[in-house]
Design a protein around this ligand. Structure first.
Ligand code: DX5
Ligand code: ZN
Length: 219
């Protein structure tokens, strides 16, 4: 399975967002992680549909949209039209998870199902063959720059084990507190997509992305 870097633009400099996205793509990042917050599912508000539509053309990169919003089914079509390629919804935010995944697929997008740190991997069991990606939050969703919760490693192992048992090859993405120092053990636990916000968009973005790509390509 391919290892992929998904820089989270939550930590980007929005004055020069297009340039920074281009730098990420040119240095090997294949997904761009786009964090949408509604002030309800999480207390912060970030950015949404018009920003996605506007950066869609900035680089050749897969738009990996992480919806931290209540009842995301309401906005599936709108995010599709704005350019989302993968749409991640929170298990905790959906009244009907299956209907939400179906709506995402109906638009032709890949579906991602996401769980918060306190939600057990077990809840994903009915959906293992219903999504192309599973996102394990390794911090409480809502803001960047927090510390990785070490118990997340066990959740990643458990999820990859369940997928393997069924012969499924979905992406296992991990989001929150990932940096060059812990990336290797996150991959070794069974993840293959790493989200990184503050660790990519501080100091030299090109060097940071290259550092991650070295680890991703070695493992
Ligand atoms: C948190 C977001 C993350 C965040 C990660 O709610 O889902 O994507 O940007 O930021 P870092 O990598 O700084 O923990
Ligand atoms: Zn995220």
């Amino acid at each position: 399975m391919k290892n992929i870097l998904a820089p989270s633009i939550l930590s980007a400099d929005f004055k020069v967002l297009g340039e920074q996205v281009k730098t990420c793509a040119e240095n090997g990042a294949e997904y761009l992680h786009f964090d949408v917050m509604d002030g309800m599912f999480v207390s912060n508000i970030s950015f949404g549909i018009p920003v996605l539509a506007s950066i869609k053309g900035a680089a050749d990169i897969v738009m990996d949209v992480h919806l931290m919003i209540e009842e995301p089914i309401r906005y599936v079509e709108a995010f599709h039209k704005a350019g989302a390629d993968i749409l991640n919804v929170h298990y905790e935010a959906c009244e009907d998870v299956q209907a939400t995944l179906d709506a995402i697929h109906k638009c032709g997008m890949k579906a991602g199902l996401t769980i918060k740190p306190a939600t057990p991997v077990e809840v994903l069991k009915p959906y293992l063959d219903q999504a192309e990606l599973f996102l394990i939050m390794s911090v409480e969703p809502g803001k960047g720059g927090q510390s990785f919760i070490p118990e997340s490693l066990d959740k990643i192992r458990e999820l990859r084990g369940l997928l393997n048992e069924k012969g499924l090859t979905a992406d296992v993405e991990v989001d929150g507190g990932i940096h060059l120092g812990n990336a290797k053990e996150v991959l070794e636990s069974g993840a293959n997509v790493l989200v990184a916000g503050s660790a990519v968009f501080k100091d030299n973005i090109a060097e940071n992305v290259k550092g991650f790509m070295e680890i991703l390509n070695e493992n």
